[in-house]
Design a protein around this ligand. Structure first.
Ligand code: ATP
Ligand code: MG
Length: 250
């Protein structure tokens, strides 16, 4: 087993909540209502994973499986402009960051599963390069599954497929010493047959596979609250951070 790497969130309190940042060889699940900042955190990590180690990065590249068409290069540009200065004085160029972000749109759940498999091949190719893939983002991991498998009869089938997909992701994380960052919405009222509307979609299958579960919620203005839920080795707790034009900030 390779040594676990840690990636900064750009926020001190958020990093502390996670024991120093988001870990490789782990699945981090961000869940919460629409607009709570899941996609923003994902964009920030796609930037930060590329930073040098002394700045909280891992000199890595990233693969994004985008199921909701919410990846925005312009947002990466804003976040790159909001980065702290480089220790060697060089100027950050957005193009240098964008070229290390491989985005694939997933049109349905089967396509999403296939893309996770091809991510493995891409990562294998660049494994010994200067920029190995150290981050795989699936935003959102559950949306297609949720939309396609409707009704009680299909629930077991859905969970089985989702379970296999999550195990593929975990394997990716282990083989590449990569962080797996997935997003998940909370259940809305019409989903009542799943029970509690404040619980994440995917039920216990996702719950047991995720290494770290973070519940995000809105606070005043640009403030957001991240709550660590059911971590195996860290105390439960909360961190406050801001989503600004420059990216995530304390
Ligand atoms: P969903 O469940 O719909 O995917 P989400 O949790 O992914 O929602 P985000 O898209 O990450 O939500 O968050 C959207 C919010 O992020 C906006 O409401 C705004 O507060 C903030 N935001 C987005 N872009 C910017 C920006 N360029 N500058 C400042 N804040 C921004
Ligand atoms: Mg989103």
């Amino acid at each position: 087993r390779k040594q676990v790497g840690k990636v900064t969130t750009s926020c001190k309190s958020f990093d502390e909540l996670l024991g120093g940042g988001m870990e490789t060889q782990a699945i981090v699940e961000l869940y919460g209502e629409f607009g709570c900042g899941k996609t923003q955190v994902a964009h920030q990590l796609a930037v930060n994973i590329q930073l040098p180690v002394e700045m909280g990065g891992l000199n890595g590249s990233v693969i994004i499986i985008d199921t909701e068409n919410t990846f925005r290069p312009e947002r990466i540009d804003q976040m790159v402009k909001g980065l702290p200065p480089a220790p060697d004085g060089r100027i950050w160029e957005t193009e240098d960051f964008l070229k290390n972000i491989n985005v694939a749109r997933a049109f349905n759940s089967n396509h999403q599963i296939l893309l996770a498999e091809s991510a493995m091949d891409l990562a294998e190719k660049v494994k010994d390069s200067e920029r190995p893939v150290r981050l795989l983002i699936v935003d959102s991991v559950t949306a297609h599954f949720r939309a396609e498998y409707v009704g009680r009869g299909t629930l077991a089938d859905r969970q089985q497929k989702l379970n296999k997909h999550l195990h593929d992701l975990m394997r990716f994380g282990d083989l590449n010493n990569a962080l797996i960052l997935v997003t998940n919405q909370v259940m809305s009222k019409p989903d009542t047959f799943f029970g509690d509307p404040t619980k994440p979609v995917g039920g216990h299958v996702l719950g047991h596979t995720s290494t770290f579960r973070l519940y995000l919620r809105k606070s005043k203005g640009e403030k957001r609250i991240a709550r660590l839920v059911d971590s195996p080795n860290l105390p439960d707790g909360e961190a406050v951070f801001s989503v600004t034009t420059d990216g995530l900030k304390d």
